[in-house]
Design a protein around this ligand. Sequence first.
Ligand SMILES: Cc1cc2nc3c(=O)[nH]c(=O)nc-3n(C[C@H](O)[C@H](O)[C@H](O)COP(=O)(O)O)c2cc1C
Length: 208
Amino acid sequence: MKAKAGNYLSLLERRYACKRFSAEYKPDKDTISYILECGRLAPSSFGLEPWHFMVFSSDDTIKSLGDLCFSQEAVYTSSFAVTILVRKGDCYESDSDFIRTRSERFPGGYGVFRPDYQPYHEFLQSVHRTEHWARAQSYIAASFMMLGAASIGLDSCPIEGFDEDALLRFLKKDEQQWLPGIVLAFGKRDEEIRQKIRQPLENLVEFI
Ligand SMILES: Cc1cc2nc3c(=O)[nH]c(=O)nc-3n(C[C@H](O)[C@H](O)[C@H](O)COP(=O)(O)O)c2cc1C
């Protein structure tokens, strides 16, 4: 199941945003666990792991998710899908239970963590960036999952087109505490792989 060392670029080439998945493919539990494990190992700001992975694997829930994603075919046809939620709100306050619990896992615990974290949190708050910062975490876990999928020959599509409030209602998650970062659809493609359309590096890069 593991990608060979040195094979990373070919994984990046292989992954593409699949828009139609095959109905034939049914994932086993190990495959879904592998994808989730890839997300679990993703880095997060201050190591806070602010996410929660919600898995859709039954026909009914996938149909409901498709409805919530503006009827996108990639979702309706997926074999399973993961919504990455991230925490929002007061939990990021430096004296919250969440920050205390998470930080206790690290060397020095909360006593060392807090003086490092608090000024950055205050800065994020002052520029109204906390929610953006939290949401950005989900993209990193998403990348890890999609590349993990590619490493075992599975296709995926990142989906940002969803009705955020309706999705939270469907998941029975408090909108004051959670926000949906991204939805990922997984399966085996039922279409040709599309060529990469990318800018050449010289258009993107500047060395200073
Ligand atoms: C954050 C994000 C959100 C996206 N949302 C959607 C989406 O809602 N529906 C969709 O079909 N593709 C979505 N895409 C896929 C992009 O359109 C696709 O990745 C891009 O066109 C590049 O193509 P490639 O991934 O095949 O290389 C999304 C991609 C990202 C990174």
